[in-house]
Design a protein. Structure first.
Length: 222
């Protein structure tokens, strides 16, 4: 059987250029490339644009658009570098950012409103603090020079840190794909302090692969 499509929902241009390659490599890394294949990504904006005015309607509409492609699974990957002074306004009220809590909330909304977990598989992952934090932790250009730094709980500014290390301005649309291709997954997964959000990324892909392979859809995190 041919692999089914994995629709990627990502933030912006740089992510749209870099994430498909990352996920294709990571699917091969976990033995899922015969089950899922990446298609053209959807650019959906950040969490504040998906969840605003105490409503998740934009998020739900975009997810419904994704399902029109009849995918085996959908993956929503967003940065977790939210602004501490700007709470997220959901239909359940204002809340400070928590990747696990917000991921479960979005997954539940998707399950209740779009059939996620029944008609197709769906996963939410937040890169902490930013996608570029993964680059700093796992790209050979930076990994040794950032060893020992807790890149997931530290202040925002991973892009600026890359600029400092390379001595040139980091331009996301061009440089993000370049450094993503160099990511060493083993180095990233073994890094200390642990890059929990990347472990979550790997686990979510495994969940989606197993769901499609076994014909039992999931909606994660539950």
């Amino acid at each position: 059987m041919a692999p089914q499509e994995l629709v990627l929902m990502v933030e912006g241009e740089g992510d749209a250029n870099a994430v498909p390659g990352l996920i294709t490599r990571l699917l091969a890394h976990v033995g899922g490339d015969a089950v899922l294949r990446t298609g053209k990504p959807m650019r959906v904006g950040d969490i504040y644009s998906l969840v605003n005015n105490a409503s998740e309607q934009r998020f739900l509409k975009l997810l419904q658009v994704a399902t029109k492609r009849k995918p085996g699974a959908v993956l929503l990957l967003l940065d977790g570098d939210t602004k501490a002074k700007h709470p997220i306004h959901t239909s359940e009220g204002k809340q400070s950012f928590c990747a696990a809590q917000l991921g479960r909330f979005l997954a539940k909304r998707a399950k209740d409103e779009t059939g996620a977990g029944v008609q197709f598989s769906f996963a939410v992952v937040f890169a902490r603090q930013e996608f570029e934090s993964w680059l700093l932790a796992g790209c050979p250009d930076f990994a040794d020079r950032t060893q020992g730094k807790d890149l997931e709980t530290g202040p925002r500014g991973a892009s600026e840190m890359i600029s400092e290390l390379t001595k040139r301005a980091y331009r996301k649309p061009q440089n993000q794909p370049e450094y993503t291709r160099k990511l060493d997954f083993d180095r990233l997964l073994k890094r200390q302090p642990k890059m929990r959000s990347f472990h979550r990324m790997e686990h979510a892909l495994c969940e989606l692969v197993d769901a499609v392979r076994n014909g039992r859809h999931v909606c994660t995190p539950a």
